[in-house]
Design a binder for this molecule. Structure first.
Ligand code: PRP
Ligand code: URA
Length: 209
């Protein structure tokens, strides 16, 4: 089974609490999402391998340590995942970005695919799939299915708020994909929204409430 990591640094928890508050407007919501994404990205990339590289400082030659191995790709699930891209790209500026468009059918809560554009060499990259909300897990699993159809086999999923139902679904269907979340909430309500959650992430980011 894949690992489920809660990244609960006090700064992340504090910023997430501001985001949860219904009084927080879109501008602050977006800013906090970007900041949390960068802080979480720091944890998510902790195990990247390093290699020795000989460089010259202004003083002398030295063997320096630099990140090696596979390159990265960041893949947001549209729309809300877009709000997590800039924070991660600040950390890893050379990462390529793919996009997967999915929305939840309001009746069935099942994901409907409407867009997919990925870097041509996606199968050779470590993929960080991002979406602030892991509710039923339908969207995350749909995006993971798509990534695997494109040959990806090194994937991590990063979200802000997870529901137990979504974590269980991703772990059952994609046991190779580690999940990173800032919080594990209590349950889903009758509309499949996370409780206590933060509401509709896409609407709060883009002001479409
Ligand atoms: C939200 C959210 C996830 C999905 C999570 O997107 O950003 O993609 O719901 O729910 P699930 O785990 O039950 O699939 P939504 O479908 O509202 O689309 P949007 O981002 O375009 O608003
Ligand atoms: N999508 C959201 O944006 N929020 C939820 O709580 C569930 C799905």
């Amino acid at each position: 089974m894949s690992a489920f990591h809660i990244v609960d640094h006090p700064l992340i928890t504090h910023k997430l609490s501001i985001m949860r508050n219904r009084k927080t407007g879109s501008k602050d919501f977006r800013q906090l999402l970007e900041e949390i994404s960068m802080l979480m990205g720091y944890e998510l990339t902790r195990d990247l391998p390093l290699e020795d590289v000989v460089i010259e400082t202004p003083i002398t030659k030295m063997t320096a340590r630099m990140v090696s191995g596979k390159k990265m790709a960041i893949v947001p699930i549209l729309r809300a995942g877009l709000g997590m891209v800039d924070g991660l790209q600040n950390l890893v500026p050379v990462a390529k970005v793919g996009h997967i468009g999915l929305y939840r059918d309001p009746e069935t809560h099942l994901p409907v695919e409407y867009y997919c554009k990925l870097p041509v060499d996606i199968e050779d990259r470590i993929v960080i799939l991002v979406d602030p909300m892991l509710a039923t897990g339908g969207s995350a699993c749909g995006a993971l299915d798509l990534l695997k159809q494109h040959g990806c086999n090194h994937i991590r999923f990063m979200c802000l708020v997870a529901a137990p139902e979504g974590v269980a679904k991703v772990q059952a269907e994609h046991p190779d994909v580690d999940i990173y979340a800032a919080a594990l909430d209590d349950h889903l309500n009758e509309h499949a929204y996370i409780v206590p959650g933060l509401g509709d992430a896409g609407d709060r980011i883009f002001g479409t409430l």
